[in-house]
Write a protein that binds this ligand. Structure first.
Ligand code: NAI
Length: 688
């Protein structure tokens, strides 16, 4: 039994309490119970109105997605909503916590909506590859207009009570007691029905609707469910209500079982699971109330922005005074931007700025609960910082490094408390990117790792737990992917061909455009550090070294794999193409053209093979964690569910032969992952 609905009376008003802990997800049991209580209330002639409210922390936070892969059991939500709309009595939805998706559609079926001050409402279906299927696309435009409805539905925005009131998504915000005020509202409506579906769609300027449409299509990468959502909103008011609702429902049912929605549900569940990490049950993290950051460069400043924005007092230390001044300007600008864009209130922005302390001495970190090191990517520099932190930090402080590739155990060994040391690997820009790899060293305590996971949550990040190993999960796999793309340059492709093919596949950017954006020098420095220990049998592509020697370090020097015009637009570079052709000649490779499909398959094979190795070596605990990392940190298309989910949908024989070819192209020392072990368990498919 998953959920029920209680009927209580407040004199002549029935209060239907939806009860399906923890968030009152709409399940088939809840729908059945709702229908039964609606019929009961309808039959009782002493009742003049009905309030719908949720038990516990929420109204209905959404539908139970586990039901979505199967045929939906009757009664379905539209039937419940029809019963409310067909009732002779007014219904008031009393919203608190979250009223999202089917929860908000249920509220749209009522005659009025009142919400507690901290409520969020919205229709997030599009973020799961579907469209609202119980009237959302037909009713929301009647309340907020088509342009706003398109933008709210296509982005899946969660709207807080004050804004929802301004927009017309709710009718009132409760002052004190939500239920009492909802009952009073229901009583004031006695004898009347005011169905949203019967309202006219407000008149709007066509150009406003067009602007909202183009923005939604661009942001939604022109995906078919975004197009469908727009189509149905546009139909509202121009076709009959019954016809509009039926068409919306039919499309929802199709999209619900399509591959894209399945992939998006997979990644949704994968993200939730990753958040829990890979720790024994019951491990608790430590309390933390303040942060200290060492190194005020790009990462240090942005990590400080992330902690300050979430209200944490933060001390930022750098031995270089100019770096501190630059960091202060960067942080202030980012916080001000947060205020102008509405992400932060003006008060929160002022508090964030006041919470920043800049210092030149590590001693200033003595009172901080969490210390994050973000100095140069050099083992000895980091070890010397950790040795000093060890003498300064409080006994229960967490010591974290933001290293991209270095050995966490080597860093932890510089302290007398390796159990307190973990990796917190942020992605650039750290105040914007969602992903945070929480890296457990060999000696890190469970408690320290649990604290890392809790830090991710409190900063609004998506945590994934990783073990110690070169590049952890993401950078290790990305390095293999980038190397495969460089092999393709030597074999005959050009940077723009590789980038275009991988963008067509769905990546947010191609690998060479990414390299130009991040700067080619970081990887160059790493290659120089590894030169002495590199396996001579591994295939080494010297093209990026040549570009760095020519001071083509990427966008920051105005040139990298591409030339950049004065507006910053990338252009093919004849110089780079000469370097590439010479590199092929130097190895005696006869260049041939590679079509988009070959480029995509070779790149994906490299990712899948490396992902398999990362799992075999237990750097990642779950296949789905790798999907979460690539989707949240590396621009892998979310609608394909992550690389291993994608792989599990492929012809496995063909994929195995691609992976073999990919490993062979990387040189004789490249290990092949055991794909049978990887897919034999059906792992990536099973969570959706
Ligand atoms: P950066 O070069 O911009 O900044 C490093 C800062 O550390 C400089 O301001 C320097 O003055 C300061 N510093 C160096 N030694 C110090 C010491 N002993 N005491 C105090 N301050 C010291 O470097 P960036 O890019 O911010 O990287 C920092 C770390 O973050 C590196 O480990 C890097 O691998 C990692 N990282 C970088 C990413 C990126 O995209 N840039 C992404 C994720 C991690």
């Amino acid at each position: 039994m998953s959920g029920t609905v209680h009927l209580e009376r407040d004199d002549d008003i029935a209060v239907l309490i939806i009860d399906n802990p923890p968030v009152n997800a709409g399940s088939s049991d809840v729908r059945k119970a709702l229908l039964a209580r609606i019929a009961e209330a309808e039959a009782d002639t002493t009742l003049v109105g009905v309030v719908l409210i949720g038990a516990g922390k929420s109204f209905i936070a959404g539908s139970d997605l586990r039901e979505f892969n199967l045929p939906l059991e009757p009664p379905q939500l539209p039937q419940v909503i029809e019963a409310i709309e067909g009732s002779s009595k007014p219904y008031v939805a009393a919203l608190h916590g979250a009223a999202l998706g089917g929860g908000y559609e249920l509220a749209l079926g009522c005659d009025a909506r009142i919400a507690a001050p901290e409520t969020v409402v919205g229709l997030p279906e599009c973020t799961l590859g579907i469209i609202p299927g119980a009237g959302g696309t037909q009713k929301l435009p009647r309340l907020v207009g088509k342009a706003k409805a398109i933008s709210l539905i296509c982005t899946g925005a969660r709207v807080s009570s004050p804004e929802a009131l301004l927009l017309g998504m709710i009718d009132a915000v409760a002052d004190l007691d939500l239920c009492e005020e909802a009952v009073a509202l229901a009583r004031s409506l006695a004898g009347r029905k005011q169905r949203v579906i019967e309202l006219p769609v407000p008149e709007e300027k066509p150009e406003d609707i067009e602007a909202a449409t183009s923005k939604a299509l661009a942001a939604g990468r022109n995906r078919s469910h975004i197009q469908a959502a727009i189509r149905h909103v546009m139909a509202a008011g121009t076709v009959g209500a019954r016809e509009g609702l039926a068409a919306e429902r039919a499309e929802f049912q199709q999209l619900r079982v399509a591959s894209e929605a399945k992939a998006l549900r997979h990644i949704f569940f994968a993200e939730r699971e990753a958040t829990r990490g890979n720790l024994p049950a019951g491990v608790k993290g430590r309390r933390f109330e303040s942060f200290g950051i060492v190194g005020a460069g790009t990462m240090g400043a942005d990590i400080a922005t992330a902690t300050l924005q979430r209200g944490f007092p933060t001390v930022l230390v750098d031995s270089n005074k100019e770096a501190l001044a630059r960091a202060k300007a960067r942080i202030t600008a980012a916080i001000d931007k947060g205020v102008t864009s509405g992400k932060l209130s003006a008060d929160a922005g002022d508090r964030a700025k006041a919470n920043l302390v800049l210092a030149s001495e590590l001693q200033s970190l003595e009172d901080c609960d969490v210390l994050i090191e973000a100095v140069f990517e050099d083992l000895e520099t980091k070890r010397s910082v950790f040795a000093k932190l060890d003498t300064i930090a409080r006994p229960c402080a967490l010591l974290a490094t933001n290293t991209s590739y270095l050995d966490i155990d080597g860093i932890a060994a510089a302290t007398t408390r390796p159990k307190d040391v973990i990796g917190l690997h942020f992605f650039s820009p750290a105040h914007i990117m969602k992903l945070l790899e929480v890296v457990a060293g060999a000696e890190s305590s469970h408690e320290a790792v649990a604290t890392g996971l809790a830090i991710a949550k409190s900063l609004g990040k998506q945590a994934v737990q990783a073990s110690n190993g070169f590049g952890f999960i993401g950078n290790r796999i990305y390095a293999a992917y980038r190397a495969a793309c460089e092999f393709m340059l030597e074999d005959g492709a050009l940077p723009h061909e590789v980038d275009e093919a991988l963008k067509d596949f769905g990546f947010a950017m191609g690998p060479f455009a990414v390299a130009d954006m991040s700067g080619l020098d970081i990887a160059w420095r790493m290659r120089q550090q590894q030169a002495a220990t590199r396996d001579p049998a591994a295939r080494y592509v010297a093209i990026p070294d040549r570009l760095c020697e020519m001071e083509r370090l990427g966008r920051k020097t105005g040139a990298g794999y591409y030339d950049y015009d004065d507006k910053g637009r990338p252009q093919r570079s004849a110089v780079v193409e000469d370097v590439i052709v010479m590199a092929s000649d130097a190895k005696g490779i006869a260049r041939r053209s590679l079509d988009a499909r070959e480029i995509q398959r070779r790149a994906m094979a490299a990712i899948v093979n490396e992902a398999g190795l990362v799992l075999e070596e237990e750097i990642a605990a779950r296949a789905s964690d790798i999907d979460v990392v690539l989707v949240n940190g590396y621009g892998f298309p979310r609608w394909l569910g992550g690389p291993l989910y994608w792989a599990a949908q492929q012809d496995l024989e063909e994929l195995a032969s691609d992976c073999a070819a990919s490993a062979a192209a990387a040189g004789p020392s490249k290990r092949r992952a055991d794909l049978d072990a990887l897919f034999g368990s059906g792992l990536p498919n099973s969570t959706a």
